[in-house]
Design a protein around this ligand. Structure first.
Ligand code: MV4
Length: 501
């Protein structure tokens, strides 16, 4: 039985995983780099070990070091979180060899899905719909042109070792095919040390919809319904929600069945995600599988009512799934906003630095998965994600209103954040109506970036008037009624509330 888990990660996801360990009575072991000495995961874990210099290549990606600490600390298992070593087949295999439980899939499953050409072939064999396209690595110019003519323009050239937007090219004109193949190959070679590419038909204005699955080692696989992840900026998700407004019960049933089939086709174990592109006619196509716990997993937890990290741990411990598909039901609606230490008014430039003040939102239906505290310095070395704010509501409308209320309560100073950008997304008509696809941010760019930020201006005025109020009280203590003064300055901030939908 698993008694002690090493969390091979940092930031909000390390804290998230340790929380589930604590509830299960499992001892947690944190690892930390030089830059993370003062990180919350280090404070919150039962034990913490230094693993090396700040750059992740010398710390969170150092397999030998992590295995060494796992042994020294007596951990029975390692949870990799997301990113870093989470989808590293070699790491999964190494854990197994060392007699340490890897809380995730086998190296076989990771490799089978990590190579996108192999994954596409497995899906075709299993009867899962894939985007029309090629089955092999493109190596010959003539064959490339012939295949594009068969598929029909526009097409996408994608790196087989890529995923999540790296090493992809859109081709609209025949004369651009060969240069795009060459560019994709060169980029893939540099980024992944593998220049295999394949070609897919370009799906216009698709939705990105993914299905959460859980699989035990006895071949039981269930799906936990979908997440709509179409609000993305440069292949970075910004807002996710579940259920998807595009979904019908019939489509969910069909896609869910195919998601389960996809997982079974690679003998999958643990939590995983099957990504699909869905076009306007509700045709859907397997895109790729993420063989890890995902950033946006909490919206599924909110609507399905299952702790995904606990399930991962129980599955890794050899337990059978205790849920059956018929008992999985979606209750209400959940939205996640990703809060980054980035300046949304300056091309989303990273904004590392010391957090001067932070007030996190609370209240019914609000969850805030973060790790920063007052005085904490957000390091430059890692992903600038500060936290994930999740709002649940009985209905989509209630979830939106609750998210706006929570964003209103959220206060962070010292670093720039994306909070005001997220507030604007919640006010965008296309988001409110639920009629949006992967082009949402681009389509609404003027509204999102250039609209005057009245919220922030009002807030500045409120802060200044509060201060003036304070100063005037210092000068004249007898003549002022405190209550009247507060009501007076608060009027400046009044427009910032949540408007009725
Ligand atoms: C596509 C596509 C249209 N057709 N493939 C971008 C990231 C990677 N995960 C796959 N991506 C896409 N692949 C075909 N055949 C459109 C995208 C795409 C996209 C997908 C999901 C979310 C946002 C996106 C933004 C631009 C392009």
């Amino acid at each position: 039985m698993i008694k002690k888990i090493l969390v091979a990660n940092r930031g909000e996801i390390a804290v998230r995983i340790i929380r589930s360990c604590r509830e299960l009575g499992i001892i947690s072991v944190a690892v930390f780099s030089e830059a993370d000495r003062k990180s919350l995961h280090v404070r919150y874990a039962d034990e913490a070990f230094f693993i090396g210099p700040s750059p992740s290549i010398e710390s969170y990606l150092n397999i030998d070091k992590i295995i060494d600490i796992a042994k020294k600390s007596g951990a029975d298992a390692i949870h990799p979180g997301y990113g870093f070593l989470s989808e590293n087949a070699e790491f999964s295999e190494r854990c197994k060899k060392e007699g340490i439980i890897f809380i995730g899939p086998s190296s076989f499953s990771i490799s089978a899905m990590g190579d996108k050409i192999t994954a596409r072939q497995s899906m075709i064999n299993a009867g899962v719909p894939v985007v029309p396209g090629t089955k092999e690595n493109i190596q010959d110019d003539k064959i490339a042109i012939k295949l594009v003519n068969e598929i029909g323009l526009p097409v996408m050239i994608k790196a087989s070792a890529g995923g999540g937007g790296k090493g992809i090219r859109l081709v609209k004109k025949e004369e651009d095919i060969l240069s795009a193949v060459r560019a994709a190959k060169s980029e893939a070679s540099t980024a992944f040390g593998n220049d295999s590419v394949y070609i897919e038909k370009y799906i216009e204005s698709p939705h990105h919809i993914e299905f959460q699955i859980l699989a035990d080692r006895y071949g039981n696989v269930i799906h936990l319904c979908e997440r709509e992840c179409s609000v993305q900026r440069r292949h970075q998700k910004v807002v996710e929600e579940t259920p998807s407004t595009l979904m019908t019960p019939e489509l969910r049933y069909e896609m869910g069945k195919h998601a389960v089939t996809a997982a079974k086709a690679v003998d999958y174990e643990s939590a995983g995600t099957i990504e699909f592109l869905v076009d306007n006619d509700l045709n859907y196509y397997f895109l790729e599988m993420n063989t890890r716990l995902q950033v946006e997993h909490p919206i599924t937890e909110s609507v399905i009512g299952i702790d995904l990290v606990k399930e991962q741990i129980k599955i890794a411990d050899g337990e059978k799934l205790t849920y059956i598909q018929e008992n999985i039901v979606q209750k209400g609606h959940a939205i996640e906003c990703r809060i980054y230490a980035e300046d949304s008014k300056n091309n989303f430039m990273p904004s590392p630095g010391v957090v001067k003040h932070i007030t996190e939102p609370l209240g019914l239906g609000v969850r805030c998965d973060g790790y920063v505290y007052e005085g904490y310095e957000i390091p430059i070395y890692y992903d600038p994600l500060i936290s994930k704010l999740i709002a649940w509501g009985e209905t989509r409308q209630e979830a939106i209103q609750r998210m706006k209320r929570a964003l209103y309560e959220y206060k962070i100073t010292g670093v720039k954040t994306t909070i005001s950008f997220l507030e604007k997304i919640m006010d965008t008509p296309d988001f409110i109506s639920g009629k949006y696809n992967t082009h949402f941010i681009e389509k609404n760019k003027q509204f999102l970036i250039n609209s005057v930020d009245t919220n922030e201006r009002n807030e500045d005025i409120a802060i200044i008037t509060t201060y003036l109020d304070y100063i005037s009280k210092l000068e004249n203590t007898q003549s002022l009624s405190l209550n009247n003064r507060i009501n007076y300055w608060k009027e400046f901030g009044r427009r910032k509330g949540v408007t009725r939908l």
